[in-house]
Structures are given as structure tokens and as C-alpha cells.
Design a binder for this molecule. Structure first.
Ligand SMILES: Nc1ncnc2c1ncn2[C@@H]1O[C@H](COP(=O)(O)OP(=O)(O)OP(=O)(O)O)[C@@H](O)[C@H]1O
Length: 254
């Protein structure tokens, strides 16, 4: 589904992603891991059009995303969450979810002024979609709360919910388990599986928590210094000498 071909991203003299090629297959949960600064978030930023590659190509179902703007990429059905949770604190959970539907709403100012049938249909669709997603994520009882007033774990779920509202083909999750307790991490693992199994959405995630990576990934790609150093099933990469060296190096320099 997602093909990254020879991707290189540079920030001035620093090569953050160095000739990376990888493929995310439809219906899989694929993890991108590596020590701090390996280039994982930069790959997400390149896929979503936030940074422009120096060279290489990113294709979704054969369509080239590389030169598209971030909002066009959302229309091509790529959604993401961020390493630091981004919710609109003074809006309700429901309104936060609605924001994710923006690219699908397609109503203009005239629809609003004239309160057209089309506008009512579209807002109705948006409401039912939000209910369905809130139900899946266990957020139904919090829909009318201010997003900033609910626990951190639920704020993370709101962010995921907002990303799901645009009906992505592929969801990019940047450290979904960061800052969670063990119990919350367990729930997050089940929810990520449910998003794939019940909504049929392919998932690419960046994660440092190896319990999560080993538990849910079909495929793991490992990066170090911008390069791919290993790829395979969780148990294969876990025992790969290059991966062990990369993580040991990180521990030694810490
Ligand atoms: N906007 C930017 N400008 C300059 N350098 C950047 C920028 N974004 C990332 N970098 C650098 O690119 C390299 C890769 O960073 P990136 O955030 O992609 O790594 P990461 O693997 O996601 O790390 P972490 O696990 O710590 O989040 C780092 O050296 C980082 O300092």
C-alpha cells in the first residue's frame, strides 16, 4: 500500500533520512523503530508532506504523494498523530473529532447561510461517524467534556479518533504508548488491533516501548542514523546483531 523509495531528507548539512526504502503492506501493523534521532519522525513528516524530501519517492497505492501539500495528502487518505499529544483543549471531545472530518465535509458558506439539506445530511454523517469512533475508543461518555479536562490517556485517544475521522487508508501513530501506565498500554495495544481489524485500516507506528512493538507488529523496520539497518518479523529483528548494536550504542551514550 505504502511504498517509500530511496527517501533522503536533509536539514542543512544533516542527513536525517538516508536512502530509505520500505513497503507497508495493506492490512498490516508495521512498526518503525530505532534509537533516538534515528529519523523515524522525519519519515512520518515526509509521508505527510510536512517536510519535503531531498530525493526519493513516497507512493500510496501507486500514487505519488511526494509533491503534494499536507492537506492534499490527507485527501489521499493518510492520517497521523503526533509525538506530543495535540488536542484543542478548550473544545469538546466531539468538536475535536469533528475537526478530523473537515476534509470530507465539503460544505460551503452558502450551504451554511441557506441551511441546505446537503449541510444537514453532511453534519448528520459527521455526527454518526464521531459516535462510531468514540464507541470504538471508549470515549462516548466524554464527548461533551473539554478535551483539556480529560486524563492524558483519553486525550491521546481523542487525537487518534480525530485522525480516524478522515477515513484514512493508513494511520501513522507516533509513539502511541508514550507516557501511559502499564494498564493503559495494554488497552492501547487492544485498540490499535481493533482499528486494524474492525475498521480495516493499515497502521504504521513509531514506538519505543518494545512490549507494544513485539506484541502487535506484523513487520518491524529498524532505523539508525537515518538508514534502515534491519527489517522482518518482531522475533527476527529482536535477535539481529545490527539492531542489538544500535540499541547498545544508545545505552552506552546515555
Ligand atoms: N526540523 C528539523 N530541523 C533540523 N534538524 C531536524 C529537524 N527535525 C529533525 N531533525 C534532526 O533529524 C534527526 C532525526 O530526527 P527525528 O526526530 O526524525 O528522529 P527520531 O528517530 O524520531 O527520534 P526520537 O525517537 O528521539 O523521536 C535528528 O538528528 C534531529 O535532531
Amino acid at each position: 500500500m505504502l511504498e517509500i523509495k530511496n527517501l533522503t531528507v536533509k536539514f542543512g548539512g544533516l542527513t536525517a533520512v538516508d536512502n530509505l526504502s520500505m513497503e507497508v503492506k495493506k492490512g498490516t501493523i508495521h512498526s518503525l523503530i530505532g534509537p533516538n534521532g534515528a529519523g523515524k519522525t522525519t519519515v512520518f513528516n515526509a509521508i505527510t508532506g510536512v517536510v519535503k524530501p531531498f530525493s526519493g519517492q513516497i507512493l500510496l497505492d501507486g500514487q505519488d504523494l511526494t509533491k503534494l501539500s499536507p492537506h492534499k495528502i490527507v485527501e489521499h487518505k493518510v492520517s497521523r498523530t503526533f509525538q506530543n499529544v495535540v488536542v484543542f483543549k478548550y473544545m469538546s471531545v466531539l468538536e475535536n473529532l469533528y475537526i478530523g472530518y473537515h476534509s470530507k465535509l465539503h460544505i460551503g458558506i452558502l450551504d451554511e447561510v441557506l441551511s441546505t439539506k446537503r449541510m444537514h445530511l453532511k453534519t448528520g454523517e459527521m455526527y454518526f461517524k464521531a459516535l462510531k469512533i468514540a464507541d470504538l475508543l471508549g470515549l462516548k461518555s466524554r464527548l461533551l467534556s473539554y478535551a483539556g479536562s480529560i486524563p492524558f490517556f483519553h486525550q491521546k485517544l481523542v487525537e487518534i479518533g480525530r485522525a480516524l475521522m478522515s477515513d484514512p487508508k493508513i494511520l501513522l501513530l507516533d509513539e502511541p504508548a508514550a507516557g501511559l501506565t502499564d494498564t493503559e498500554t495494554e488497552i492501547m495495544i487492544q485498540l490499535i488491533k481493533a482499528i486494524r481489524d474492525e475498521l480495516g485500516i493499515t497502521i504504521l507506528l513509531v514506538e519505543h516501548d518494545m512490549r507494544v512493538v513485539m506484541n502487535i507488529s506484523d513487520v518491524v523496520t529498524v532505523m539508525d542514523f537515518g538508514r534502515k539497518i534491519a527489517e522482518g518479523k518482531p522475533e527476527e529483528v529482536k535477535n539481529d546483531p545490527a539492531v542489538i548494536r544500535a540499541y547498545l550504542g544508545e545505552m552506552e551514550s546515555a
